[in-house]
Design a protein around this ligand. Sequence first.
Ligand code: ADP
Ligand code: 5GP
Length: 187
Amino acid sequence: MRGKIIIIVAPSGSGKSTLIKRLKEEFRQLHWSVSFTTRPQREGEVDGKHYFFISEEEFLKKKGQGDFIEWALVHKNYYGTSKGFVSTKVDNGFSLLFDLDVQGTDNMKTEFGDEAKAIFIAPPNLDELEARLRGRGTDSEEVINVRLENAKKEILRQNDYDFCVINDDLDKAYADLRRIVASILEG
Ligand code: ADP
Ligand code: 5GP
């Protein structure tokens, strides 16, 4: 049987990484799709674990070779998902968890149709999203502003996917998310 494809899609700052960390701890059978990116590595991030951090030149070369199943320019950096990794895992029955932006999610839906299940994580509102982005303390003012502008557009897509979880209270959001993921894995 083929593995499942589960995509978490959310505006930056909505709490997606926090929720995904919990999912990875609980659902050990889920494999993580490590994306390639040209964005600078943040403190605490490990190359090959959180992302493969590569130069723009390397990224464009891989893109030209057709190495990505999907890729996108997000907040002025490139991000891409490895085609070889995804097909090997899914064909061999391993379920995969993805963290993608809306463009990548749309492209995965085009590629895999209903086989790819997308869960949108929405912040309670834009003020709270801004407070979380600032509170995280990982990004410059310029980066925060780019992410906020993009978030305004991305939030409009929140009802376009298979599921939507509002991350207001973290424990409640996680309870919703784990129920959805469990149902996809059982299906
Ligand atoms: P994303 O991966 O979507 O960019 P993060 O998971 O890094 O977002 O969360 C952004 C910030 O908001 C972090 O500092 C995180 O601890 C905090 N956060 C996440 N979820 C909640 C929540 N439900 N309530 C309050 N703060 C939250
Ligand atoms: P961050 O820089 O905060 O880790 O991620 C920024 C955005 O890029 C997030 O919305 C995240 O979902 C998205 N992203 C991460 N990896 C990929 C990928 O491989 N493809 C696409 N399309 N988006 C990605």
